[in-house]
Design a protein around this ligand. Structure first.
Ligand code: ATP
Ligand code: MG
Ligand code: MG
Length: 553
């Protein structure tokens, strides 16, 4: 690796290396809870956790923080593994906090034996009330001074299943008057008879995040435990547990950085789960969601996401970059890599009245070489068929052109990209007066799209030969939430859900070459945008992003 970028996380690591704090070792972890799919915010954490390790020649584990049996599932584990791999990172090891349940249990016994933890038989509500608040004194639990042997017996009983769910908890005995609420005798274990996705029914007590996290870091020998800013106030507790356990002197260090949020969307697993579970979107990989599986299905290249995360950088100030900024990374990447195709998403039939026929009466078919990607010569050219009946976009014809409209209209000549100049002569309307067909003449002297006499036209339009077109469905997307900060006004993001975030256009007419598009492949529909072929449904295309920033002021 070259010289690592400079930011406060990397500066901390560099300083520790210089001082020999960890003997030059650098080890991080990415610790998702498998209770949902990863989102763009997690991508940021992944680029920081894996990126820092990589920059300093260290290692990074993927650790499933699976301490809540009710909400965690194998499906989420599998999706997280797939998403991390998709972003291009390979964990040193894949590990589970649940692998450490036995060790955590023994360490809890250790704290009890040293008078540093006790069983509290009050309910969690009473405990929370007694904890007080900032500036308010805490009230000590009546169970705080239970003798060690009694605590041990009760704790063993908790594990053995002697007590009902919620009957008691284990708490660390720290300081009920501490100005940091986290240190007012935090809960370490709860009784829960949920079925755990890995340990099954082996346990009926489960450690809290605070009790599991730092200890898992210590077991794995993590040096820098990178997490988001909201854990700032947990750091003294993180350190307290590590200090009071029989551990080597070299202890992991928690370093917090800012969360990533984006405009017009939500990056909270809980909120995303609501959208999925209430059927407001079609599953975790709905292309409107900021989940990595949704963005992938939408056609976002992994490298556009990681480039974006690196650009945003690691800071200690929470930020909400615009979704347009992310889209600009996507567009830049796709412009370089996506092959161009012609696709008509709202078709209007065009008949060339002077198109020649063969001796047997069938229309002549000509083929034009069309460049696949002007940004990459290696992508070569393809042959596109052209005949006397074509489709163009409805919006590329106006019977009565508004001011500054230079596309097709009666008497107006335009270019069909790479083919011929055509002039509209007549229209056919349906019973409601809508134009359903446009009659045109073509100029045989303009083959290839240029007039031999040098005359110019003001517009060039894409087209598809009617006889050769393939049917497709295109899905266009708008912002999932209309407000920049969903819920800013009412506190409820769902109030800002955009009811028109998706437009499904069935009956698109596209170039036959699009039938060969691989599942998941992204192509550019000329003049319309980048589209991703759905991974499961053939000929279903999701608009990844438009060609230009349509939301720019
Ligand atoms: P959520 O609050 O959305 O449920 P979480 O923080 O509980 O997210 P975890 O699965 O526990 O989700 O997160 C794994 C790691 O990813 C943690 O280190 C967490 O700090 C980090 N992370 C989660 N959300 C973001 C975000 N929006 N920006 C940056 N890092 C994040
Ligand atoms: Mg969490
Ligand atoms: Mg959370």
């Amino acid at each position: 690796p070259g010289v690592p970028a400079s930011d406060f996380v990397r500066d901390t690591v560099r300083r520790d290396n210089e001082q020999g704090t960890y003997g030059g070792r650098v080890q991080t972890r990415f610790p998702p809870e498998p209770n949902g799919y990863l989102h763009i915010g997690h991508a940021k954490a992944i680029t920081v956790d894996f990126g820092v390790a990589e920059d300093f020649g260290g290692i990074c584990n993927l650790r499933f923080d699976d301490t809540n049996p009710e909400t965690e599932e194998d499906e989420f584990v599998r999706s997280i593994l797939a998403d991390v791999a998709w972003l291009g990172y390979t964990p040193n090891e894949v590990v589970y906090a649940s692998d450490y349940f036995e060790q955590l249990y023994h360490w809890a016994e250790h704290l009890i034996k040293h008078g540093l933890a006790y069983v509290d038989e009050q309910d969690t509500e009473a405990i929370s009330v007694q904890r007080g608040g900032y500036g308010n004194p805490g009230i000590e639990s009546p169970f705080r001074d239970t003798p060690v042997q009694e605590n041990l017996a009760k704790f063993h009983g908790m594990r053995a299943g002697k007590y009902a769910d919620g009957a008691m908890v284990l708490r660390a005995k720290i300081d009920m008057q501490h100005e940091n609420m986290q240190l007012r005798d935090p809960i370490m274990y709860r009784i829960r008879r949920g079925h755990h996705h890995r340990t099954g029914d082996a346990w009926c007590i489960y450690p809290t995040y605070d009790w599991a996290h730092g200890q898992s870091d210590a077991i794995e020998r993590v040096t820098h435990s990178l997490c988001t800013l909201e854990f700032d106030s947990h750091r003294p507790l993180y350190d307290w547990f590590l200090e009071h356990l029989p551990l080597p002197a070299e202890k992991p260090k928690q370093v917090e950085f800012a969360r990533l949020e984006l405009t017009h969307t939500v990056t909270s697993k809980r909120r995303l789960a609501t959208l999925v579970n209430e059927g407001l979107v079609d599953g975790w990989d709905d292309p409107r969601l900021p989940t990595l599986s949704g963005l992938r299905r939408r056609g976002y290249p992994a490298s556009a996401i990681t480039d974006f995360c690196r650009y945003v950088g690691v800071t200690r100030t929470n930020s909400r970059p615009s979704i347009e900024l992310l889209e600009s990374f996507v567009r830049k990447q796709l412009n370089a890599t996506a092959q161009r195709r012609m696709a008509v998403i709202r078709p209007l039939r065009v008949v060339l009245t002077n198109w020649p026929t063969e001796a047997d009466g069938t229309p002549v078919v000509e083929y034009f070489d069309v460049v696949n990607n002007p940004e990459d010569e290696a992508d070569g050219v393809r042959q596109v068929p052209f005949t006397g009946e074509l489709y163009i976009e409805q919006e590329d014809f106006a019977e009565v052109p508004p001011p500054k409209y230079f596309r097709l209209s009666p008497g107006r000549e335009v270019r069909l990209r790479g083919a011929y100049f055509i002039t509209a002569t007549d229209v056919v309307k349906d019973a409601d007066g809508r134009v359903v067909e446009v009659h045109c003449t073509y100029d045989p002297q303009t083959r290839g799209g240029n007039a031999s006499d040098g005359r110019k036209v003001k517009s060039t339009m894409h087209w598809v030969s009617a006889a050769h077109a393939v049917d497709a469905t295109a899905v266009l997307y708008d912002r999932l939430f209309s407000a920049e900060v969903p819920g800013a006004e009412t506190g409820e993001p769902l109030d800002d859900l955009n009811p028109a975030s998706r437009e499904v256009l069935a009956g698109c007419k596209v170039e036959a070459a699009l039938a060969d598009t691989a599942p998941g492949q992204v192509v550019q529909f000329e003049r319309i945008g980048y589209f991703a072929h759905d991974p499961r449904t053939p000929m279903l295309f999701h608009r990844t992003v438009g060609l230009k920033d349509e939301w720019a002021a």
